[in-house]
Design a protein around this ligand. Structure first.
Ligand code: UD1
Length: 315
């Protein structure tokens, strides 16, 4: 990167992860077009760039006629596709909405990218494609059996990219994100990521609800590390068709996470238990060696440091 003439289109660019990707792209000299329906994304996430003429925000839902909204804008070199329905429980409740957003809109975006002459599309996929595999850590070629429609729609999107990308002449990369956390993760809904929910409750002195026995594990990866992975996926030559895990390669139980967050916030909140969530996976841990080899990427921040940075942001 470093070429100020490059244009990158970031869907979901006003969202939690997308806005960190935008920060990085602008810092590296790109022009950025953000496409976001501002459903979960927020203008505040991009406020640091409000006077930067290299950033353009197009407010449109990818289920609508986004091509019309993008007409007349510069042709992007790459598309980073982070707009998504991100909640596993919601995908069980509204599987058709999940399908429309996570699969159908992705296929339409790929067709648009081909027509626009885009070189490469990078998809934010998910560790949820694995379900509950027999062995840990999970590597990309392990048999996948998603536990919820969310994982199925993300996997289906990967498969569409794999067959349609070459047919349409667009390079594709799919990053299987593990549990991303960090500043700007919104604790505003019961379906928000567990780190943001636990932190908001701990800072308010309210109880933290551990669903299930708390022994389920997740691989928490800091959002700044994930933004670097998107930049690498966009720029690294010779990786057409790559699917790569993006995780820290460290497993943390939800009970450990709750205890760490209570301790870091002064220890006032009780930890209470609730039934396990339907469609919840039990263990998740990345083998990220493919990203290391193919993209030269690895997670740099420890969970302790990442949690400290997130708390500092929450103030
Ligand atoms: C998350 C992401 C998903 C991503 C996937 C990758 C969100 C909302 N979902 O799903 O987009 O693709 O990781 O693996 O960020 N829990 C509690 N108490 C709470 C909330 C959650 O115990 O108050 C537990 C859940 O039951 C679950 C774990 O924490 O076992 C993680 O839940 P959550 O943060 O919603 O993430 P995932 O379902 O793993």
């Amino acid at each position: 990167m470093g070429d100020g003439s490059r244009v990158v289109l970031v869907t979901g660019g006003a969202g939690f992860i997308g806005s960190h990707v935008v920060d990085l792209l602008l810092a590296r000299g790109c022009r950025v077009i953000v496409v976001d329906d501002l459903g979960h994304g927020r203008r505040e996430n991009l406020v640091a760039h409000q006077d930067d003429p290299r950033l353009q925000l197009v407010v449109v839902d990818l289920r609508d006629d986004f091509a019309a909204a993008l007409a007349g804008l510069p042709r992007p070199d790459a598309v980073l596709h982070l707009a998504a329905q991100v909640s596993v429980p919601r995908s069980l409740r509204d599987p058709v909405v999940d399908l429309d957003i996570n699969l159908r809109a992705t296929v339409r975006l790929l067709q648009w990218a081909a027509a626009a002459g885009v070189r490469r599309l990078v998809l934010a996929s998910s560790a949820a494609v694995y379900g509950d595999p027999a062995r840990m850590p999970v590597s990309e070629d392990m048999c996948d059996r998603p536990a919820a429609p969310y994982g199925a729609s993300k996997r289906a999107a990967e498969l569409y990219l794999a067959c349609l990308g070459p047919a349409l002449g667009v390079e594709t990369v799919a990053l299987r994100l593990f549990n991303v956390y960090g500043p700007r993760q919104d604790p505003g809904s019961p379906y928000s990521g567990v780190v943001s929910l636990f932190m908001a409750r701990a800072l308010g002195g309210e109880p933290l609800t551990v669903q299930g026995d708390g022994a389920q594990t997740r691989d928490f990866v800091y959002v700044g590390d994930v933004a670097r992975a998107f930049a690498a996926a966009m720029d690294t030559p010779g990786v057409d068709g790559l699917i790569a895990n993006i995780g820290s390669e460290r497993a943390t139980t939800i009970a450990e996470l709750a205890a760490a967050i209570v301790a870091a916030t002064g220890g006032r909140s009780p930890i209470v238990h609730a039934p396990a969530r339907a469609g919840d996976i039990v263990r998740s841990l990345a083998d990220a060696s493919r990203a290391r080899v193919a993209l030269g990427w690895h997670a740099e921040l420890s969970l302790a440091e990442g949690l400290a940075r997130t708390l500092a942001w929450l103030g």
